[in-house]
Design a protein around this ligand. Structure first.
Ligand SMILES: Cc1cc2nc3c(=O)[nH]c(=O)nc-3n(C[C@H](O)[C@H](O)[C@H](O)COP(=O)(O)OP(=O)(O)OC[C@H]3O[C@@H](n4cnc5c(N)ncnc54)[C@H](O)[C@@H]3O)c2cc1C
Length: 365
């Protein structure tokens, strides 16, 4: 690793967190709440994949046979959210909410329904609980859905958060808890004389340990080369609409002629539509991606045709080779890389923060 340059900050921290997406923010929050002196380094807090996320906390949303360990961690992460929101509101004097709306899974045609049946065979084995629902017996679950949909699976424990609210709340909590935020890029991270060193323009921060929570980035920090893990970007787009949403409604996941689409209908009238996914680091949004999402969402929920289009957001999901998160210790344990949260960074954030807490406590002993 190269030598570090620049002024060495007079301040010493227990932990420096590099990257202020949902993983870095949650980590800095939990560590500082435990009384650690924490610095956060990011020149674009909350603007990575975090900015595009739909905020679904849905452990069963993407079960696959090879990911049973991840499924149990995802369920554990979902269970941490009520307390996480409560602690956040306490620290930030905010009023962030966790909406336990559940999700209805519907298929447009016979093949689409078969796709969900296959999917739930695996999900049930992994501990995801769902109920068979029919329009006749549970009409409330079908509110806003096309009259052509008559049967669904309902996962009642799925929840969502307003991602912008959570980011605002976390930033406020970090201020309250004395976290020092450096609006800079980390240029170089290293270890020297047993301390973690973080170089930013014009300063060098020293700490007992450091957490790298940089999501996917085009030019990885050199220190990450020592990890066995690699990340690739998976681009995703979410659309924000405004609609006349009546009351709390379940989230929708649908296959429409083989294409996957999800719709989050928030009580404040914001509707999020997503599910686009392609292996690319290009942050432009193609008109076709917007058209496909709108078309599929309005097929399954025709009233969305009346909604007002607000904006489209794009982000790069950080995907590891097996598409599950990792927490990897680097540089003789002075640093850890908390990454690979792919489609589940919001869901997994409280668990990732707890992993970072255990790591840093061990280091501070
Ligand atoms: C379209 C879309 C929809 C999604 N929907 C959901 C969902 O409903 N539920 C869910 O749980 N997850 C969802 N996700 C996934 C979730 O957004 C990601 O898993 C999560 O954002 C990853 O968090 P992160 O903090 O690791 O990375 P990011 O959010 O990308 O944040 C990384 C941060 O690190 C900073 N950074 C990078 N390099 C440096 C450096 N050298 N120095 C300082 N700072 C640096 C960046 O500026 C950025 O702020 C979605 C993602 C997308 C794209």
């Amino acid at each position: 690793m190269g030598a570090y340059i620049g002024t060495v900050s007079a301040q010493r921290f227990d932990t420096v967190v590099v990257g202020g997406g949902i993983i870095g923010l949650a980590t800095a929050f939990v560590l500082s709440r435990e009384g650690q002196r924490v610095a956060l380094v990011d020149d674009a807090v909350g603007r990575g994949a975090t900015y595009a996320a739909a905020g679904m906390l849905a452990p069963g949303a993407e079960s696959s046979p090879e990911h049973s360990l991840f499924a149990s961690r995802a369920l554990a992460a979902r269970d941490l959210w009520p307390q996480f929101v409560q602690q956040l509101n306490q620290s930030a004097s905010s009023s962030c909410e966790l909406f336990v709306s559940g999700t209805v899974f519907v298929g447009w045609d016979a093949d689409d329904r078969r796709e969900w049946r296959r999917y739930f065979d695996t999900a049930h084995e992994q501990g995801i609980k769902s109920l068979d629902a029919t329009r006749d017996l549970s009409p409330d679950l079908f509110l806003g859905l096309s009259p052509r949909t008559h049967e669904a699976q309902f996962v009642h424990s799925d929840a969502y958060v307003d991602t912008d609210d959570i980011v605002r709340g976390l930033r406020r909590a970090l201020d309250q808890q004395g976290v020092v935020t450096y609006a800079h890029r980390a240029l170089h991270c290293d270890v020297k004389d047993g301390e973690a060193i973080t170089e930013i323009a014009g300063d060098t921060l020293r700490s007992r340990c450091g957490i790298l929570a940089t999501g996917y980035q085009g030019e990885p920090l050199e220190i990450l080369n020592s990890s066995i893990h690699r990340l690739r970007p998976v681009r995703g787009v979410t659309l924000r609409l405004r609609a006349d949403v009546q009351g709390p409604l379940p989230m929708i996941r649908a296959y429409v002629n083989g294409r996957h689409v999800y719709v989050v209908r928030r009580t404040d009238g914001t509707v999020l539509v997503g599910a686009s996914s392609d292996e690319s680091a290009d942050l432009t949004i193609e008109a076709g991606a917007i058209r496909r999402l709108l078309e599929d969402a309005a097929t399954v929920s025709p009233e969305l045709d009346e909604a007002t289009f607000v904006e489209a957001r794009v982000g790069l999901r950080p995907a590891s080779s097996d598409q599950t998160p990792f927490f990897d210790e680097l540089a003789d344990g002075a640093w850890a890389w908390s990454a690979g949260h792919y489609r589940h960074g919001f869901l997994m954030a409280p668990l990732a923060a707890n992993d970072a807490l255990a790591f840093s406590m061990n280091r501070l002993k």
